[in-house]
Ligand binder design. Structure first.
Ligand SMILES: Cc1ncc(COP(=O)(O)O)c(C=O)c1O
Length: 320
């Protein structure tokens, strides 16, 4: 990158950081159901930090953007589906920081792109559609070489921004929780669990972290969190656990109960949730409270990781 472009890009990174850092709202959930059980639940409203770079996305992207700049790259390339929060955030972060962005999109282009892809394109992202079978090759070096042949030099960010830079960046969510030495459970939804791993780098030992997996099946996330922590030298995190009972049918699937819960919760508290991540998180917390997981007087903080700007249509509603 020419020096003047690099300086401009560095400047806009600072402006972007300032803009995003100024919003850190911890909101108490005002719900008589919780009061009756003596539970104090607060929500870290990361969904409010920016309309497009919402929730955990900025934290996963920021060190990746820095790494690209440090390597003198002016182009970022990443992967996602037609409803990817991550591609939308990357497109906007690229636009604001003066970096070119390329989104490799799963599935053929359609005559009417999803509103998310339309917004990516409006932010200047180059969209490159690949077949589903090619998309599965996104970790293969031969496939990446083909992308280099086509697009030249770029800094590669994996799907969802879930690499070591993404994990490291999520440690910066922790100061926004305003924790002291009182015991508190910090809960968040997990897709790859990169956000959870990053927070475990910085959470104090007075906290307990609870990840709610949005994926169906065996817990493959806990070993991955272990790998990330080891790679980043965190050998002594606070207590943590991933719950696998609240996937509601699996990734981007739902149940009528989940949808009812989301609308009831929104009505009662004014806090919007979506069905892929944060709805499952909050439903899980309410179910666990009902099961008596925490005694009266307990404090919980749910991290609202965003996702409202690119709400994926549910692939099915399966009764459970
Ligand atoms: C809105 C939202 N919440 C939670 C997550 C889960 O994050 P992670 O993959 O780091 O577990 C994602 C995916 O990045 C997301 O888009």
């Amino acid at each position: 990158m020419p020096e003047s472009d690099a300086a401009r890009s560095e400047l806009s990174m600072h402006a972007l950081e300032d803009m995003l850092a100024c919003v850190s709202a911890l909101e108490t959930v005002d719900d008589p159901w919780l009061q009756a059980r003596g539970i104090r639940l607060r929500v870290l409203r990361l969904d409010r930090i920016h309309p497009q770079i919402s929730g955990n996305k900025w934290f996963k992207l920021k060190d990746n953007l820095r790494a690209a700049q440090a390597a003198g790259e002016d182009t970022l390339l990443s992967f996602g589906g037609a409803w990817s929060n991550h591609l939308l955030a990357l497109a906007e972060a690229g636009r604001l920081s003066g970096l070119r962005t390329i989104g490799v999109v799963r599935g053929e282009a359609s005559a009417s792109p999803s509103p998310v892809l339309q917004r990516c394109a409006d932010a200047g992202m180059v969209l490159h559609h690949v077949s589903r079978s090619d998309y599965r090759r996104k970790h293969e070096s031969a496939f990446i070489s083909q992308l280099h042949d086509r697009f030249g030099r770029f800094h590669l960010i994996p799907e969802g921004g879930s690499n070591l830079d993404g994990v490291r960046g999520c440690a910066d969510i922790v100061p926004l929780l305003g924790l002291d030495d009182r015991s508190v459970t910090v809960a968040l939804a997990c897709g790859t669990a990169a956000t959870l791993a990053g927070m475990l780098l910085a959470l104090p030992r007075s906290a307990t972290a609870l990840g709610i997996s949005v994926l169906r099946g065996e817990d493959t996330l806990s070993p991955q969190v272990g790998h990330w922590l080891q790679a980043l030298g965190q050998s002594d995190p606070c207590a943590w656990q991933i719950e696998t009972r609240f996937h509601c049918g699996g990734y981007a699937r739902s149940t009528p109960q989940l949808l009812d819960f989301i609308s009831g919760f929104g009505r009662r508290t004014g806090i919007p949730l979506e069905p892929v991540y944060t709805g499952k998180l909050m439903l899980a917390l309410y179910r666990l409270i009902e099961e008596g997981r925490w005694p009266c007087g307990s404090e919980l903080i749910a991290v609202h990781t965003g996702g409202l700007s690119a709400c994926e249509p549910l692939s099915s509603v399966s009764p459970q």
